[in-house]
Design a protein around this ligand. Sequence first.
Ligand SMILES: NC(=O)c1ccc[n+]([C@@H]2O[C@H](COP(=O)([O-])OP(=O)(O)OC[C@H]3O[C@@H](n4cnc5c(N)ncnc54)[C@H](O)[C@@H]3O)[C@@H](O)[C@H]2O)c1
Ligand SMILES: [Zn+2]
Ligand SMILES: [Zn+2]
Length: 377
Amino acid sequence: MRAVVYKGPFNVEVEQVPDPKIQHPNDVIIRITSTCICGSDLHMYEGRTAAKPGIVFGHENMGIVEEIGSAVVTLKKGDRVVAPFNVACGFCKNCERGYTGYCLTVNPGFAGGAYGYVAMGPYTGGQAEYLRIPFADFNALKLPGGNEFEDDFALLADIFPTGYHGAELAHVAPGESVVVFGAGPVGVMAAYSALIRGAAEVYVVDRVKERLDKVKEIGGIPIDFSQDDPVEQIKAHRHGDGVDKGIDAVGYQAIQPGKETEAPSTVLDALIQVVNPTGILGIPGLYVPSDPGGVDPHASQGRLLIPFGKLFEKGLSLGTGQCNVKRYNRYLRDLIIAGRAKPSFVVSHCVPLDDAPDAYTKFDKRINGYTKVILKP
Ligand SMILES: NC(=O)c1ccc[n+]([C@@H]2O[C@H](COP(=O)([O-])OP(=O)(O)OC[C@H]3O[C@@H](n4cnc5c(N)ncnc54)[C@H](O)[C@@H]3O)[C@@H](O)[C@H]2O)c1
Ligand SMILES: [Zn+2]
Ligand SMILES: [Zn+2]
């Protein structure tokens, strides 16, 4: 089959690789109909991780069941399904409690498993024609047949649940004021989720015009950090007050406002300043235990300088980590089916699998409005 293969920094190619095979009786093989490129793929693409050339990318996958293992109970050939980016067993101590991003079975010695991702286990990615889904009864979420809502459902693999996870970690409740840093797909989905949960005011900070336009489209308040300090801008909007809750959808590759350089703690720092005392920070943005390309000796060891004393003084709490997609995807699917959520507004480009190298280049540079790309094999 054809697949998107990592060749080295800033280089992917579409190549022939072996077809996936049933390896365990509870596996299924799906024919991919939609597979998205993610901001997290760019960490590998840019050569900032230990990913070795040869890895097939793709952790946001949906498609049609082609082949089923002998022990599969709930799925049959022809079912349309979406797979959470987390590979999880469903029966370990963490899965049982809903922490499927931290499954203890699928990738021993590490926090959880995922398709096509460095250090996340031996699960080949789905930016390809076919994909093996392990523990399929647990991992494959059934969708209505046909092709209605295809691009909405594709976002159930990661960014819609991950954005929702940001809002859940921050305990966003009706009537609250919220700030989301980052208007990438995760940030926009976090803002959308905060609005679905009934937030009164949702500020979203970024500097990319097309992305801030999306924020406006859904009823959020765009804040352009290239114009002025985002904390000051939000406080000006709120007559000097801060906000109830904050979400970091940027992660360690944050750009220092006013400069072009990276400053991995800048968003955490701003959140601690702008969230009101007793508020909560939700941090789905990715931070790493070590970053060989880190901007200073602290950052390269994954140690960030943040005003922890201020956090204590304000009695803030925080939640972070990978999204446990299974915890949310069934309900978010049903919001889509009921017409109460339409996350595909964030999709900017749908292109054939063969165009992946060009799509990676443009998405990485955040040019031509590349916000969220779905590959159609
Ligand atoms: N927790 C999870 O399970 C999970 C899942 C998916 C993605 N992620 C992570 O979420 C983050 C966002 O993902 P994405 O796909 O939206 O990425 P993205 O790179 O497309 O978006 C990040 C956005 O942040 C903006 N930004 C940079 N510096 C900023 C600053 N100082 N203030 C405000 N905005 C700033 C950028 O302009 C960009 O638009 C990444 O770190 C990704 O790895 C986490
Ligand atoms: Zn993703
Ligand atoms: Zn498990």
